[in-house]
Write a protein that binds this ligand. Structure first.
Ligand SMILES: C[S@@+](CC[C@H](N)C(=O)[O-])C[C@H]1O[C@@H](n2cnc3c(N)ncnc32)[C@H](O)[C@@H]1O
Length: 194
């Protein structure tokens, strides 16, 4: 290998390595804050929203909204008003760009922030695809802020101590309904003592 070829090869290798590092960091850096970025397939998103029986005009919140796919499907196919909360500025900006391109400003919005500190009380339906430890941390907040009748669909991960209203075993989806305001069901005795 001559010097020029070796130099070109080294530059290419460094570019690939830098690209790989950038991609990994951008996918994974939010993991400690709640979850890494792993998008739900659009087919599964439709299944989540159908499981929650989302109706036109209802407000759907996606906690950790990634590239916004849940928001766009909720708005365009279910007629919902959709709100995303996303920590990552790139994914937030990407979603904002698509809201503008699709002309959905009146129906979809995305908040750049941390879902642990944002109020979700106006949601009729909350969707999540996070991690088990994140669901554990969110449980009290959701059951305190959401109104009775609000539904929560979690992909893969459960809310320990809470009784799912329906389970889609094949798709690993869990549907919960908030029954009482300002109180966690987990803090209620689920069965009368024997
Ligand atoms: C597994 S992805 C799910 C993305 C999207 N909901 C979907 O189903 O395609 C989790 C998303 O949550 C975001 N996230 C993680 N922790 C967060 C936090 N504390 N506040 C807001 N977003 C967060 C990540 O940046 C990532 O985009």
């Amino acid at each position: 290998m001559d010097n020029d070829t070796a130099q070109t090869f080294s530059i290419l290798l460094i570019a690939v390595l830098l690209g790989w590092v950038f991609l990994s960091v951008s996918l994974l850096w939010t993991a400690p804050a709640g979850a890494p970025w792993l998008p739900t397939s659009r087919k599964l998103v439709r299944r989540m929203l159908a499981l929650a029986n989302v109706q036109p005009g209802e407000v759907v919140y996606d906690l950790g909204s990634g590239d916004g796919r849940v928001l766009f499907i909720a708005a365009r196919e279910f007629g919902a008003r959709a709100v995303g909360i996303e920590l990552d500025p790139l994914r937030w900006a990407w979603t904002r760009m698509w809201i503008a391109l699709l002309g959905l400003q009146g129906q979809v919005r995305v908040i750049r922030g941390n879902f642990f500190t944002q109020d979700v009380g106006e949601a009729d339906v909350v969707t999540l695809y996070l991690l088990q430890k994140t669901n554990n941390r969110l449980r009290r907040k959701l059951w305190q802020e959401l109104h009775p009748g609000a539904r929560i669909v979690s992909s893969v991960f459960l809310f320990p101590g809470m009784e799912p209203m329906r389970i889609d075993k094949k798709a690993h989806l869990f549907l919960y309904e908030v029954k009482m305001p300002c109180q966690s069901q987990a803090e209620q005795p689920s069965k009368s003592p024997g």
